[in-house]
Write a protein that binds this ligand. Structure first.
Ligand code: ARG
Length: 428
């Protein structure tokens, strides 16, 4: 009896000391005074608004919000304020320097060691969230986890890890002796069993979505850009398997037939979309498939990749794609296909992610539509609506500014001045 009482008293005491020692810390409060605020959801501009932030989230927004006494105020009354931008197609872990050196002198370890640099540049350019489109050796997973743990500076990352490629496909090493191969985790999968296994393995180690290489590409040495590289049955199975594990599929697809197969299979987005035809556009529209078209890339590849030692064959393939991709992007915009912003940054320097806005406006979008592609639409594609891509109560305090008016001159978004991610200021 006595023993029980002592024990209970000790428990009560220890409970008391625990609660006395660890009072809930009061939240960190910040108020941002925004000269012009872009409401990405409504597609409108609000003048002289306040944004209230508690820890990493937004709690209130609007012109009539009152700021509690003692709140730290960040004065951005001379700026245009918008939600952190989202790039739905990056390869943030690397960047080409020289074709042969990258292939034969560097290892995955070199890539892993420098990846954090590119993550930081991406964030500082105003891109607070990215969907990364594939990486070797699970480097993207390690990077994402280090960023989430606060050890490395970078954007929120949705990673694909090993991109599913057919033997001889865009994701395979082509054009060399059959005796040449590199050690590493295999991203080649043919047929149902291998595809299911690779998808399950990707998810086991931390993939947020599945990247399917549905057709031939540009920056690889297979024969023809755009040829389908998986059968309809294989693509159907990939989407079905990914869905079972709660994952969406993003499909690299330049070619007319491959775009249709991937769309029919039910992928969430077509990446590149270069040779989409009227029927493909109609199919995408009907199914709500997003188009993520990297329409800045062409300029950079034609200007620089010869100097980087890329084989002439690859540069020739780019010439087939560049202009047609832009024209077809315009047709898709006009038809009302859902568009999300995705650049393929990593083909060109990380941190230049904002350069594509200009091209999206040149090829058919209004500046507001292009901004929505990089905010609300991108968030929808990434299944994180309401959390990112908006400045609204409950969303992460991911906030960027530019000096001028991006609705008049969208290239303002190439010069982001202030970057906050999760209530922490990274760039001012
Ligand atoms: N990663 C893509 C590929 O190799 C890049 C395509 C770049 N060209 C373009 N016009 N978007 O296929």
């Amino acid at each position: 009896m006595k023993k029980t009482f002592v024990a209970l008293a000790l428990i009560a005491l220890s409970l008391f000391t625990v609660s006395a020692q660890e009072p809930k810390p009061s939240p960190k409060r910040i108020a941002i005074k925004a000269g012009r605020l872009i409401d990405t959801q409504a597609g409108t501009v609000i003048n002289n608004a306040f944004i209230l932030i508690e820890d990493d989230k937004i709690t209130a927004v609007g012109p009539n919000v009152s700021v509690p006494a003692g709140t730290e105020v960040i004065d951005l009354k001379n700026s245009t304020v918008l939600p952190g931008l989202i790039d739905c197609h990056t390869h943030v872990t690397s960047q080409p320097e020289n074709f042969y050196d990258d292939l034969f002198r560097k290892s995955h370890i070199d890539v892993a060691v420098t990846a954090h640099l590119y993550a930081k540049r991406t964030l500082e350019a105003g891109f607070t969230t990215i969907r990364d489109a594939g990486s070797s050796e699970y480097i993207d997973i390690a990077l994402r986890n280090a960023i989430n743990a606060g050890k490395v500076v970078g954007p929120r990352m949705h990673v694909s890890t090993l991109a599913l490629s057919a033997t001889g496909g865009h994701g395979d090493l082509n054009g060399f002796s059959p005796y040449l191969s590199f050690k590493g985790f295999e991203n080649i999968a043919d047929g149902p069993n291998e595809l299911r296994k690779l998808i399950r393995q990707n998810i086991k180690y931390g993939a947020d979505q599945i990247k399917l290489i549905a057709t031939a590409g540009v920056l690889s040495e297979e024969e023809s850009v755009g040829a389908p590289q998986y059968s309809q049955e294989e693509m159907n199975l990939v989407v079905e398997e990914a869905k079972m594990w709660g994952r969406k599929v993003m499909a690299h697809a330049h070619g007319t037939e491959g775009i249709k197969r991937a769309t029919r299979a039910g992928v969430a987005s077509i990446e590149h979309g270069s040779f989409v035809d009227a029927e493909g556009i109609q199919m995408m529209k009907e199914r709500g498939t997003y188009l993520v078209a990297d329409i800045y890339n062409d300029d950079y590849i034609l200007a620089e990749f010869g100097k980087l030692g890329y084989p002439a064959k690859i540069i020739e393939k780019e010439r087939l794609v560049g202009r047609t991709q832009r024209e077809n992007f315009q047709k898709a915009v006009q038809a009302g296909v859902k568009i999300a912003y995705g650049t393929d940054a990593g083909v060109y320097p990380h941190g230049w992610n904002g350069k594509q806005f200009f091209h999206m406006v040149k090829w058919g979008q209004t500046p507001m539509q292009a901004i929505q592609a990089a905010t609300v639409n991108a968030a929808d594609l990434l299944s994180v609506s309401g959390k990112v891509g908006v400045i609204a109560p409950g969303a992460f305090a991911d906030i960027v500014t530019v000096d001028g008016d991006p609705l008049k001159d969208v290239t303002e978004l190439e010069k982001v001045k202030f970057v906050m991610k999760g209530g922490v200021v990274y760039q001012r």
